[in-house]
Design a protein. Sequence first.
Length: 288
Amino acid sequence: MSFQSTRRFLQLSGVIAAGFVLAACGKKEEAPPPAAPAPAAAPAPAPKTFTVGTDAAYAPFEFQNEKGEIVGFSVDLLNAVAAKGGFQVKFVNTPWEGIFNSLQQGDRDLLISSITITDERRQTMDFSNPYFDAQQLIAVKGSSKVEKFDDLKKLKVGVQTGTTGDEVVTKLLGKTSKNVKRFESTPLALKELEAGGVDAVVADNGVVINYVANNPGGQFRTVADTAFAPEQYGIAVKKGNAELLELVNEGLAAIKADGSYDQIYAKTFGAAPAAPAAAPAPATAASK
Ligand code: ARG
């Protein structure tokens, strides 16, 4: 039984139980006193609002539109999840460098920011089930000779500080290498590539592809490499917040089962997701 239906079941059984008590009272007493409202029948509390941290410089996942509103795939996805879970979300633009700390400090209840689930991060926060598959991708100028990740060894490479892109590049070039150029945001790294300050940028494929497509003047080229491990994005909650995590996972399962995930995916990426993300959730999962 889903969390939702469990709750409904419990509420219902409370009402039924209260009904039995009243009926029993009615038989014994001539004039039963007016029934006190059963606690379970009390009106549902107003939906809770959770504060969501996101580094909104990561189109098409999370970014600001012309009006300064935070929009994108992640926003649509979490809004849909929240609707299923009966809670509300308020997105707050949160720089990547402080984002995990904001969760730890309790300033944010949830993080959705194209965060790759890693064992290291799992030590300090809990993740939802994965909602998106990703992989690192190299961006270079069209004229570049780079053909594979290994070719970056002697080059200047731009990354966003503290991302999985930073991790893989640091590993290849060496911890103390001055050729790893770290930027506050991925678009800043890509601008530097366009300006010629770095020879390549390594970042999440979805963001690199989006940037290259929208900046034809930059004359970029992308280079994929199977050396990059598959990554998966998860929604983060504070370590131990099992209740919120369950709400999120239930919502994710529900939007995958009813097709809204695919709709949101198609709205952002223009096509249904490729397997396995496209695979419909097993029929047993959520139908109720
Ligand atoms: N997926 C990468 C990671 O987890 C990069 C995420 C960066 N997200 C962002 N909104 N800037 O490290």
